[in-house]
Design a protein around this ligand. Structure first.
Ligand code: HPA
Length: 307
């Protein structure tokens, strides 16, 4: 049993070392590419092929970047890709890491911290999700309007590190999550989907720790709580991004009806298969959105944390 003073010191050391570690990851990445990305994209299960859209790509396997966590899940390649989409400098995470892989919060949030410190002022987080709302057929794309963090932990746990702030007023101990998923980015996405001829409904994403899929009783409970989608990722990245002052667009691909809503058992292979089926639609939407997202970023100020 540690006393309070020791606990406080260890929390402080953890935040300090996460920051120090991001600095060595940044120097390594800058040694590979001098690009300053303004838009970040995190690709979820089955959506990694979007990375092929990146022009003049420099692809860096996560395992080569100092302190970067490695993805252990099928369907998450584990590359950081720097390049351009529609003339916009981007950083794409082809794959992510999850708490259910055994990673601690500073590891789960590490890539988001790095994207922000590289210069991203807007991050699009994507995921595969189970559909709780019965109006979403498998294969639907949904814009996340809000989340319920049911993972039992929080990305900002531990002592606060204000140097992660990339915009004025960010990096606080306590920070607002009212518009965690930017209403204006969501509006852009819905308009673009409409222009491309398909609906993009909004929904609340509920995150569980995983890796077991949910029970039907859990899904009934989550529906009562107001959830439309269920998944095992995203919320920690979004909390870290909001702590830093980064705008977020969240897109879910509904890969299966949530537990109990279909007689079929849920299978990770089906999740991947739905990703492949919707790949073209997802790619067209996101490719068209990136220049529009970039246009909304306020005139860039030098990153106060740049080294
Ligand atoms: N539950 C949790 N995570 C998921 C699901 C699901 O049904 N489908 C894809 N990711």
């Amino acid at each position: 049993m540690t006393d309070l003073k020791t606990q406080t010191q260890s929390a402080y050391t953890q935040a300090e070392s996460q920051y120090t570690q991001t600095q060595s990851a940044l120097s390594f990445i800058r040694g590979r590419s001098s690009l300053s990305p303004t838009v970040g994209i995190i690709l979820g299960s089955g959506l990694g092929n979007f990375a092929a859209q990146v022009e003049n790509a420099v692809s860096i396997p996560f395992c080569e970047i100092p302190h970067f966590p490695r993805s252990t899940v099928t369907g998450h390649s584990g590359n950081l890709i720097l390049g351009a989409i529609g003339g916009v400098p981007v950083a794409v995470m082809q794959g992510r890491v999850h708490a259910y892989e055994g990673y601690a919060m500073p590891e789960v949030t590490f890539p988001t911290r790095v994207l922000g410190l590289l210069g991203c002022r807007s991050i699009t987080v994507t995921n595969a999700a189970g559909g709780i709302n019965p109006s979403y057929p498998s294969g639907s794309l949904v814009a996340i309007s809000d989340h319920i963090n049911f993972t039992g932990t929080n990305a900002a746990l531990g002592s606060n590190e204000p140097r992660f702030a990339v915009t004025n007023g960010a990096g606080q101990r306590f920070f607002d999550m009212g518009d965690a998923y930017s209403p204006s980015l969501r509006e852009l996405a819905k308009k673009e989907a409409q222009r491309q001829g398909f609906p993009l409904p909004e929904g609340v994403y509920l995150a569980v720790l995983g890796p077991s899929f949910e029970t039907p009783a859990e899904i009934r409970a989550f529906r009562t709580l107001g959830a439309d989608l269920v998944g095992m990722s995203t919320v920690h990245e979004v909390i870290a991004a909001r702590h830093m002052g980064i705008d977020v667009l969240g897109l879910s691909l509904v890969t299966n009806p949530a537990a109990g809503l279909s007689p079929q058992p849920i299978d990770h292979e089906d999740v991947m298969e739905t990703g492949r089926r919707v790949e073209i639609q997802f790619t067209r939407l996101l490719t068209a959105l990136i220049p529009q997202i970039a246009d909304r970023i306020p005139i860039s100020r030098p990153n106060p944390n740049a080294i």
